[in-house]
Design a protein around this ligand. Sequence first.
Ligand SMILES: *[C@@H]1O[C@H](CO)[C@@H](O)[C@H](O)[C@H]1NC(C)=O
Ligand SMILES: *[C@@H]1O[C@H](CO)[C@@H](O)[C@H](O)[C@H]1NC(C)=O
Ligand SMILES: CC(=O)N[C@H]1CO[C@H](CO)[C@@H](O)[C@@H]1O
Length: 771
Amino acid sequence: MVPMAWAICCLLGGLLLCGGSPSPGPSVPRLRLSYRDLLSANRSAIFLGPRGSLGLRAMYLDEYRDRLFLGGRDTIYSLRLDQAWPDPREVLWPPQPGQKEECVQKGRDPLMECANFVRVLQPYNRTHLLTCGTGAFQPTCALMAVGHRGEHVLRLEPSSVESGRGRCPHEPSRPFASTFVGGELYTGLTADFLGREAMIFRSGGPRPALRSDSDQNLLHDPRFVMAARIADNSDQNDDKVYFFFSETVPSPDGGPGHVTVSRVGRVCVNDAGGQRVLVNKWSTFLKARLVCSVPGPGGAETHFDQLEDVFLLWPKTGKSLEVYALFSTVSAVFQGFAVCLYHMADIWEVFRGPFAHQDGPQHQWGPYGGKVPFPRPGVCPSKMTAQPGRPFGSTKDYPDEVLQFARAHPLMFQQVRPRQGRPVLVKTHLAQQLRQIVVDRVEAEDGTYDVIFLGTDSGSVLKIMALQSGGSAEPEEVVLEELQVFKVPTAITEMEISVKRQMLYVGSKLGVAWLQLHQCETYGSACAECCLARDPYCAWDGTSCTRYRPGTSKRRFRRQDIRHGNPALQCLGQSQDEEAAGLLATTTVYGMEHNSTFLECLPKSPQAAVRWFLQRPGDEGPDQQVKTDERVLQTEHGLLFRRLSRLDAGIYTCTTLEHGFSQTVVRLALEVIAATQLSSLCPRGLRPEERPAQGGLASTPPKAWYKDILQLIGFANLPRVDEYCERMWCSSRSRGKQAKGKSWAGLELGKKVKSRMQAERNRTPREVEAT
Ligand SMILES: *[C@@H]1O[C@H](CO)[C@@H](O)[C@H](O)[C@H]1NC(C)=O
Ligand SMILES: *[C@@H]1O[C@H](CO)[C@@H](O)[C@H](O)[C@H]1NC(C)=O
Ligand SMILES: CC(=O)N[C@H]1CO[C@H](CO)[C@@H](O)[C@@H]1O
C-alpha cells in the first residue's frame, strides 16, 4: 500500500501544488493569517450583533469613555473596549411611522434604502452624543445619552429628535464627512433628496446655519472623505475646518470633458458669512488640489486622482501635522493605489500662495496677477486682520470687494505635492481594492517607522512599511502581515486605531472587529525568524520574539534590525538558531521507483527563496543544488518527483534564503524502493480498484475512499499533505497486515498507530521486506 498513498498525494500535488513559482515577489506578506488563525490566537474578536449583520454606516471610537459606538441599520450600538466585546448595548432607532412607506412610494429600495441608517456619531457633551440617520430618506438627528465615564448607558432622548437635513445625507452609502466643533456640526454632503445639491454645511449652534454658495459652482460632484478641525497656529481665532474630497471638474485646460481631482478645502470656524454679499454663506472657503503621482520618464506622470481615505497623524508637540492619504486611479484600463504623505505646512504654503484665475470658461487657468484685496480672502478674522481703524472682527465686516473676490477665486493656483515628490507606497495588480488607511508611528531600536494599515474590499488588513532609504530612491516596501479579519469578503469601511490599547478597530457593513496591532510570537520561536520579520513592534529578547518597548532596562538583550533584517548580525550566538542550523534531525521517507513522490518543505515566510540541495550516497564534497526539470518540479510546498528513479535516492536539504540569511527547514533521506522489491511486498495490488473486498475488511468503495482523501487534503489543508500521506501510508499498512477492519473513511490516527508509524519509519526497506 505504500506507493498508493504516495501516488495519491503526489497526484494531488501534481494538480494543485505545481503551479506556483518558488520565488515570491517583494510584496508578498511575510505572514498571512486567516480569519481562524486570528480568532484562535486571540489576535482579533468580531461583533456582528444579534441579527448577524449590523448594516454599519458609522463608527466612533471613544477612548475617553473606553467605548466603541456603532451606527447601524435602525440601530445604535455601544460596546466596551474590553477583550471579547462583553455586554453590548443597543438602541433601536427605526424611521418614524409612515416614513418607510413614503420612501418606498418615492421609488426607493425598501430593503437597501428605506431604513434609518445612522451616519453621524459625534461627541456632543460629556454625557451625550449627537447622532443622525438617513431616516428612510428623511434625515433625522437626535441626542443619545451615553452616560459619564465609567457608566455604560445608551438611551435615545425622544424629545431631542429633529430634522437632520443638511446634517446627514439621504442615502445610506453616498460619500459623506462630518465633524463636530464648538457645539456645531460641519458636514460635507449632498443635502437634497436627489443628491444633487453638494455643499459644506454648518449648523446646530446659536449662530445661523452657514452653507456653500450654490450660485457659483464651488463644488463639482464632490465625494467627501474626511472633515477635521485643524489649528493653524496658537491663535484659536485662526482655527479652520479642513475637508478632504474628490471632485469631477471640467477639464482644467479648457478642453472638452471632465476629470477627477482630489482636494483639500477649508473654512474658518469663526466664519459668519457676509453682510450684503454671501449672506449665510461661507466667506472664507478655499480649496487646493492634492497631487499624488509617480514621476515617469520625460515628465510623464501616473496620477492617482481619486481620494479613498485620509489619516491625520497628529504630532508629538512641536511638529507639523502630517496627512496620509490613500488614492486610487480613475483610469478604466489601469487599476492602482497609492499612499501619499503631506505635511500640513506644505498645505498652508499653498493656501498662502497665488489664487487660480481663469479669464473665461474656455481659457487656461493661471495665477491671479492683480491686486488681492485686504483682508486677504480666506483669512479668518483675528488679530492679524484687526488693524487700527479697520476692525475686521468678523467676516461680516469684510468689504464686499473681499467677498466678491473670495467667491470668484475659491481655488489656489499651486498644487499640494507629497513629501519626496512621490507616493510612499504604490500598489498595482492587487487582487483586492484598498479602502481605508491608518498609520502608527512606531519607535524601534534603529529609528522611527510608520506602520501603514490598509483595509481592503475583501475584509482583510495589510500591515506595511515603506522604508525610505535616503535620497530620491524609491522606498522599499515591506509587507509585514496580511490579516483576514472578516470571514467573508466584505469591504472595510471604517478603521480606527487606539495607540493606547495597541488595537485597530475595523468595521465593514457586516460588523466590527478589534485587531491587535502585533502578536510577535507568531513570527516564530527563533531569533532569526523574529529578526527577519522586521516588525518594528517586535524584538528578540533573548528567549522569544516579544513586543519591543523603547527605553526599557533589558535593552542590551533586545535584538532588532528593521532596516536590514539581518539575523546573521543580530542573532549571532543565539542558541536556538544554532540548534536549528546544526542539529536538525534527518527524517527518512520512502518513495517507489517509477512512481511520483513529494518531499514537503514549508518555509515560515513566503518571502523566503527556497532551495533544495542533494547529497547522493557516497558523494564527497558539498551538497549539490537539486536540478529541476520536467520530471523534478519545485513547488510552493516542496519538491515533486513525477517519476522517481533509483538515482534520486539521497539526503535532501531544504533551505530558505531571506535577506542573505540561510536557514535549513527540513532534511529528508529519500530511499527509493525498487519496483521489483515492491511487488513482493504488496502482493494484493497497488490501486484501490485492484484491492479485493475481503470479509474481514470494512472496505468502502474505492471512489468514496478517494473522495475522502480529496476532502482531507482540501485546499485549506494543503500544508498538511505530508501528514496525510503518512497517515495514509501507515493506516493502510497496519490494516492490510492485521485486518483490523478500520474503515478507510476513518483516518483517525490513534496513539498506537502513531507509534507504529514511528517504528515503520525507522526500519530500512530491507527490514520491511523481511517482515
Ligand atoms: C484567548 O482568550 C481566552 C479568553 O480570554 C482564553 O481562554 C484563551 O486561552 C486565549 N487563547 C490564547 C491562544 O491566548
Ligand atoms: C448634554 O446635553 C444634554 C442636552 O442638551 C443635556 O441634557 C445634558 O445635561 C448635557 N450634559 C452635560 C454634562 O452638560
Ligand atoms: C502513478 C504511478 O506511476 N503509479 C505506478 C506506481 O508503480 C507501480 C509499479 O511499478 C505501477 O504499476 C503504477 O502504475
